[in-house]
Design a protein around this ligand. Structure first.
Ligand code: ADP
Ligand code: CDP
Length: 218
């Protein structure tokens, strides 16, 4: 009997709009599968933080220079990603209001997108990758793709539980970022779109795992 062809190591992509649940869901899916997850957003946030700390404008040249001078690396743990610059753990500084505000401007810079994508493509699968363009630009070959949405109000309400900020201000900032991120945020044509509004985290993770298991069994 001929040997059955073995399937390539699994890549699951989970893209979606800001605060739609990508990192929490990716962590849950990754833990269930026993694989790491990669947060591309944290790399864009790290590039922004370094650009801001360099004190210059957030021009492409200034941000790339900062990344070159102070290389950073992603630690893709299933329970939560961390970003390191040498011995310095940047993770806690990546969700500040200043980074939130600047990140979409930095994320449109082609050199920065190339830098992020090169870091992600160095990681050997299997893994779950989350962001905006994981299923389109970075891992178009992934066999299991998902795209998370929810209304701005629902997303702002969830974020407001994490931060001491007014829900209306959070909602306005999310809408602004969705608009600035629109170009790289189109869902892959073969992605399963999930509105997380009516679901709890376990419900979203369960729906994704059900499909992933079906895909992985060929
Ligand atoms: N389906 C859901 N039901 C309830 N809360 C959720 C759900 N998905 C995400 N959350 C919560 O919403 C917040 C934002 O989720 P997060 O994973 O950080 O989103 P993203 O990575 O897309 O920014 C977190 O506090 C998370 O626990
Ligand atoms: N694949 C990705 C991931 C993030 N980003 C950018 O990085 C920002 C932060 O991403 P994130 O995933 O940490 O943001 P949240 O959705 O968690 O708020 C986004 O607003 C985009 O500007 C991107 O352009 N492409």
């Amino acid at each position: 009997m001929p040997a059955s062809p073995s399937l390539p190591p699994l890549i699951v992509t989970i893209d979606g709009v800001a605060a739609s649940g990508k990192s929490s869901v990716s962590s849950g899916v990754a833990r269930a599968l026993g694989v790491p997850y990669l947060s591309s957003g944290l790399l864009y946030r790290a590039a922004t933080l370094l650009g801001l700390e360099a004190g210059a404008d957030l021009s492409e040249a200034a941000v790339l220079e900062a990344l070159h001078t102070h290389p950073v690396r992603l630690e893709p743990l299933a329970q939560g990603n961390r970003v390191w610059q040498g011995e310095r753990d940047l993770t806690a500084d990546l969700h500040s209001t200043a980074v939130d505000h600047g990140v979409s401007v930095v994320a449109v810079l082609p050199g920065v997108r190339e830098w992020v994508n090169a870091q992600l493509r160095e990681v050997a699968p299997p893994f779950v990758a989350e962001g905006r363009d994981m299923g389109t630009a970075v891992f178009p070959q992934a066999p299991a793709k998902f795209y998370l949405t929810a209304s701005p109000r629902v997303r702002a309400g969830r974020r407001a539980q994490e931060r001491p900020e007014d829900v209306d201000a959070i909602e306005a900032a999310l809408i602004r970022r969705d608009e600035l991120d629109r170009v790289q945020s189109a869902p892959a044509p073969d992605a399963v779109v999930i509105d997380t509004g009516p679901l709890d985290l376990a419900g979203v993770i369960g729906a994704i795992l059900e499909r992933v298991v079906a895909v992985d069994q060929g």
